[in-house]
Write a protein that binds this ligand. Structure first.
Ligand code: GYE
Length: 306
């Protein structure tokens, strides 16, 4: 096998292609929908997919990538759990002539020859959309607006960028104040635990901005346990729009969701086919996404796939 299947050797028959995918973990509804979509898309395309789950640990992902290099797969794809620390292993893939595709999350590297293409959302834009909803929601208020932020995994692109985009937009008016900001690691349990603790220190908070639905769902549990009404006493804005999040939005417990699509499988298959044909895929492919109000969630829910 090996990455020498490109232009020189000519394309391989599809059923001889092998792709190694190093997934982050199974931390959220988004992640499990992403895994299912990728596995189904490769199955439909008749391309063999080797799959590993790193349980949100970078060292596990690096091990998985090294094992794909050793096995001589044709393409390696992965969603980097954090942004930094990838140059060494990506240089090993490059030396073995195996093309690498980033899905969902970016790496922070000076050398963009270490990957062929990066397929995923614009997380800064998502943070800005969340911030814009908050600005509009409190447009008529002159009182301070106290915000708790539930951050995603520390060092992960979506945590860094969703914080940045949000801060950019709310920063235009100093009535908005982020009174506390802590990581809940993109999990429901993390969101619940952090909210419980932060509510004790900040009982007068107006709004929670969670970097994903799962942490927002955990926050709902903590708010209800504190005898308060989520969506009313404390407003909630999240990112993802997975089914459980959309249900909570339709039920009035979340106030606004910025969509982030996990359905990257088909586009990833297209990129693998392009590489096999000796073509050059686009360096950056940005996923198209929307936003949902409570009314829009009620309408969209019956057809929601994940
Ligand atoms: O928003 C979150 C998941 O990287 C876009 O990771 C992804 C994020 C997603 O755990 O739910």
């Amino acid at each position: 096998g090996g990455g020498d299947a490109g232009a020189a050797a000519g394309p391989k028959p599809t059923d001889e292609l092998v792709v190694g995918f190093a997934q982050v973990g199974a931390e959220s509804g988004w992640r499990t929908a992403n895994t299912t979509d990728i596995q189904n898309s490769f199955k439909d395309a008749g391309i063999e997919l080797k799959f590993s789950d790193a349980q949100q640990k970078q060292e596990n992902q690096i091990k998985a990538i090294r094992s794909y290099i050793q096995q001589g797969v044709d393409v390696i794809a992965f969603s980097p759990v954090v942004e930094t620390g990838w140059d060494a292993v990506l240089n090993e893939a490059k030396a073995a002539n195996i093309p690498v595709v980033l899905t969902d999350r970016a790496v922070d590297s000076q050398d963009d020859s270490l990957y062929v293409s990066f397929l995923g959302s614009d997380f800064i834009e998502e943070g800005k959309k969340a911030g814009q909803w908050v600005v509009d929601e409190y447009a008529d208020s002159t009182d301070p607006v106290k915000i708790i932020q539930l951050e995603g995994t520390t060092g992960a692109a979506p945590a860094i960028d969703r914080a940045e985009g949000f801060a950019d937009v709310i920063g235009a008016d100093d009535k908005f104040e982020i009174v506390a900001s802590q990581t809940g690691d993109f999990t429901r349990a993390g969101g619940k635990q952090v909210t419980e603790a932060l509510l004790k220190a900040n009982p007068d908070v107006d709004l929670i901005y969670a970097h994903n639905d799962d942490m927002g769902l955990g926050a709902i549990e903590a708010i209800e346990a504190a005898g308060l009404v989520p969506g009313e006493d404390i407003k909630i804005v999240t990112v993802d729009a997975v089914k459980d999040g959309m249900q909570a939005l339709a039920d009035g417990k979340i106030n606004f969701i910025v969509e982030c699509s996990p359905l990257l499988g088909k586009q990833l298959v297209d990129i693998v086919n392009q590489i096999n044909e000796g073509e050059t895929p686009e360096k950056r492919i940005i996923t198209e996404e929307t936003t949902f109000t409570q009314e829009q969630a009620v309408e969209a829910l019956p057809d929601r796939q994940y």
